[in-house]
Design a protein around this ligand. Sequence first.
Ligand code: F6P
Length: 319
Amino acid sequence: MVRKIAILTSGGDAPGMNAALRVCIRAGLFYGKEMYVIYDGFKGLVDGDIHQVNKDFTADIINRGGTILRSYRLPEFCNEEVQLKAVQQLKDYEIDAVIGIGGDGTYRGLAALKKHGVNVIGLPATIDNDVASTDYTIGFITALNTICDCIDKIKDTSSSHQRCSIIEVMGRHCGDLAMFSSIAEAAEMTITYDYRVPDEVLFRKLRKLKAQKKSHAIIVVSENLLDVHDLSKRINEETGFETRVEILGRLQRGGSPSAFDRILASRLGSYAIETLNKGEGGVAIGYIKGETVAIPLEEATTMKRDTHKTLINLIDMLQ
Ligand code: F6P
């Protein structure tokens, strides 16, 4: 039986991580579990930074951005020796299960613990939406709203100067933030991992827009894909459209989680605890087609992302 449960957050912080932490602690206490938190992700687990908490710990955190447990990137966790130190800490604290709140890197860490016999559960939280075992990760919609706010503001100045604005958004190697924000903001062009037109087509379109005296042109680009400054220079040279680059960066990760993310976190977090309470585990919790689901962790880490064919068609139709 699972009696003691520990929770950690790992990878890039995402709005809604605290909401997920809150519901896990409260649902765990509701089912009579002893609840623990681990600071600084897998580093804190290796170092034994593990603390028992009660309901008071969850006061006023549902609306807070970031993660009050802090996060830490620990590439060394792929070493078996480091993993075994973590396993020993869990034995010393007599922890029966670990809930990891984070993205694909977090899931890989949890899968390693599972291999060593630890009961684990993954909760998807990252702004990137790059976890294939859920339609939405906690934090994605909040980051998307933040991007839309920024693009609205950039459009004001872009239109005033009749400029082209290249907006680089995050996502690591996933194009969802770029694709979804392009549709929501009626961007003129989108460049992501799943969608990219040849440069000549892009230049031709911008020349046409300039000739039509369009007040602005918004191009949304996924990070890590190309040099946006070089693209800006080439657009200036090839089309005469005065161009500026805006790299939104980590401001996309901050801020209070949207109502959607708070509710998503609450649904997924409570399901994680219910799963452990039934004596099950070793799974990644997700939200697919409106239902909360549990998928074996190994399968979740190897699943292929949806390429959003419908959204690509929509972008094709609208741009
Ligand atoms: O995974 C979230 C994320 O914000 C990615 O979009 C981005 O590529 C990465 O983290 C940046 O990480 P860091 O803040 O550690 O540089």
